[in-house]
Design a binder for this molecule. Structure first.
Ligand SMILES: Nc1nc2c(ncn2[C@@H]2O[C@H](COP(=O)(O)OP(=O)(O)OP(=O)(O)O)[C@@H](O)[C@H]2O)c(=O)[nH]1
Ligand SMILES: [Mg+2]
Length: 370
């Protein structure tokens, strides 16, 4: 019996996986040899239903090393909402000497909240401290078709192969679909996109009629992000696809805010008068509920309320850790929790702000974002 492991070395045009009709459990499975898309892409496109495979980040990193050379141009895509959860140190190191377009995508999520000048200043400062040496920014929204023409211009002008890289779910494939649409080439190729992680499975080569190719790359699953600890049925409650509406809490010293079983903001400040208050502005998925509680009871409250709305999958609550940020200067700050969004507040000298979450979830204090 002939086993058709891989059909003339064709790749699925939706996710890049090598097509095969041997094993339904493996990526690239196709039942009908006339189809261009694998079964998984068909299910995503028609039923928004994802088939999970074991995604090997290490394998992807090796592939990135293999394709990397100093001439490549990179379009490094970042999520304007989840900046910390979408940056990746491995990638930034790898491409540090290349020409990099930092594409701040999903700009629609924040564009009504911050001016172009302010957002540019923030990102300039942030990436000025990174490994990248030769970069420029472009703000886009594939959802609103914002600035896609500008992106197309940049792509047409590259003098080398170009790679769309970044974390999973930042919108790399959606951007390339928008580019193809703007060039009226979308009838030829339509890349599969989804709300879930790890949609694109292998490199997808695109040619728009220039001398060079463009590649859509699989996203890296960032292990610093809280998204890794959320059941996929509740992704929608954490991954943000709508304009963020900040929620403000006025906290007394020794009050805490419970953030849906994923983390807790602790404001324990004995140096303050009991009647003093500070405003905390939470930028998170609008569906995500917050709850204020007394600091004395916070751990008990947390344990009693985990997994109420969001299906949190921390293996053990023993692996929780408190990241404390002592404030040394009176000014505005944004405290990011990877995968979740951020909290903006005006800190005062001697304040202590802390986040309690799983030890693998990265928390970072920066200048005020929004
Ligand atoms: N609000 C908003 N959502 C977007 C935008 N671009 C993409 N999305 C959504 O983000 C999700 C992920 O998009 P994809 O294009 O599949 O992301 P990706 O980076 O290719 O993901 P991987 O293939 O897993 O690496 C989808 O639900 C998109 O609809 C945007 O500009 N704004
Ligand atoms: Mg993709």
């Amino acid at each position: 019996m002939e086993v058709n492991n891989n059909i003339n070395n064709l790749n699925c045009t939706g996710c890049g996986a090598l097509l095969q009709n041997n094993n339904i459990e493996e990526k690239g499975y196709i039942a009908n040899l006339e189809h261009e898309n694998c079964l998984r892409c068909f299910k995503i496109k028609n039923y928004n239903e994802i088939t999970d495979y074991n995604i090997d980040n290490e394998d992807f990193k090796h592939k990135m090393h293999d394709i990397h050379n100093e001439k490549n141009v990179y379009f490094y895509v970042i999520d304007a909402f989840d900046i910390l959860g979408s940056r990746n140190k491995f990638l930034e190191e790898l491409i540090q000497n290349n020409h990099v377009y930092i594409v701040i995508n999903k700009y629609d999520l924040v564009m009504k909240l911050i001016s172009q000048t302010e957002i540019l200043k923030y990102f300039d400062n942030l990436f000025g401290k990174s490994e990248l040496k030769n970069f420029e920014f472009i703000f886009t929204s594939s959802l609103k078709n914002y600035n896609i023409d500008n992106l197309v211009k940049k792509i047409k002008n590259v003098k080398s192969d170009a790679y769309f890289i970044g974390a999973s779910n930042v919108g790399k494939s959606s951007l390339l679909n928008a580019v193809l649409k703007s060039l009226m080439l979308h009838k030829n190729v339509k890349i599969t996109v989804s709300n879930y992680l790890a949609t694109t499975l292998d490199f997808i080569k695109i040619n728009i009629g220039t001398n060079y190719n463009i590649f859509d790359c699989p996203g890296i699953i960032n292990d610093n992000s809280a998204i890794n600890y959320v059941g996929k049925d509740t992704y929608k409650q954490i991954i943000n696809n709508k304009l963020v509406r900040p929620v403000t809490y006025q906290l007394n010293p020794n009050q805490s805010v419970f953030m849906e079983g994923l983390c807790m903001l602790l404001f324990e400040n004995d140096h303050m008068k009991k009647t003093d208050k500070r405003n905390f502005h939470f930028y998170k998925n609008n569906k995500w509920n917050l709850h204020r509680t007394k600091s004395i009871n916070w751990k008990k409250y947390f344990m009693n309320n985990v997994e109420k709305n969001i299906d949190v999958k921390f293996e053990s609550y023993k692996n929780m850790q408190e990241s404390i940020f002592p404030i040394v200067k009176d000014k505005w700050y944004s405290l990011f929790i990877a995968g979740c969004g951020w909290v903006t507040f005006k800190g005062q000298k001697n304040d202590h702000i802390a986040i309690w979450t799983n030890e693998n979830v990265e928390v970072q204090l920066t200048e005020r974002y929004i």
